[in-house]
Design a protein around this ligand. Structure first.
Ligand SMILES: Cc1cc2nc3c(=O)[nH]c(=O)nc-3n(C[C@H](O)[C@H](O)[C@H](O)COP(=O)(O)O)c2cc1C
Length: 138
């Protein structure tokens, strides 16, 4: 099975990059940001993103549009200050593009400005690693 990671991080805290680095460590896959198009077809794309203004960022949407032919399925992993998931926002885009989106997903609460200091926690990163390993079988 061929798998890949792509992430998009926006805030100075870099929560999504930290999550992507943890998933990379757990799976042995390189954590690249969404400016890097897929070099080859993948069975599973682990898409690591965050909620901004109750949506996902347009860079994530554009990455999916550019690479849709190369993606077998997307597995969504994300953070939000509210602790809500971006899965619905991602599914809107994947549905439009005809990309399969796994029902399996990971999300956790994260820091934003003055709230949720210290999140994701060490426990969140551990859970994220376990989730990613369960997806890739590593
Ligand atoms: C511009 C901006 C808008 C955000 N909007 C929301 C939001 O609508 N709902 C929410 O729960 N969190 C929101 N957040 C919080 C982020 O989802 C959270 O801080 C996330 O971990 C950011 O990831 P990053 O550090 O990789 O950019 C927002 C953060 C930023 C920077």
């Amino acid at each position: 099975m061929k798998n890949a990671i792509r992430f998009f991080t926006k805030s100075k805290k870099g929560n999504t990059k930290k999550l992507a680095d943890a998933v990379s460590e757990a799976t042995g896959l390189e954590a690249l940001d969404v400016s890097a198009d897929l070099a080859e077809n993948v069975d599973t794309l682990i898409l690591i993103n965050a909620m901004y203004a109750a949506n996902i960022d347009k860079e994530v949407k554009e990455f999916l549009a550019r690479n849709k032919e190369k993606i077998g399925q997307v597995v969504n992993m994300n953070t939000a200050a509210s602790g809500a998931s971006t899965w619905k926002a991602v599914s809107k885009v994947t549905d439009e593009l005809g990309i399969a989106l796994s029902e399996k997903e990971f999300h956790c609460a994260a820091s934003w400005i003055f709230i949720n200091k210290g999140l994701p926690s060490d426990e969140d990163f551990t859970r994220a690693k376990e989730f990613a390993r369960s997806i890739t079988g590593t």
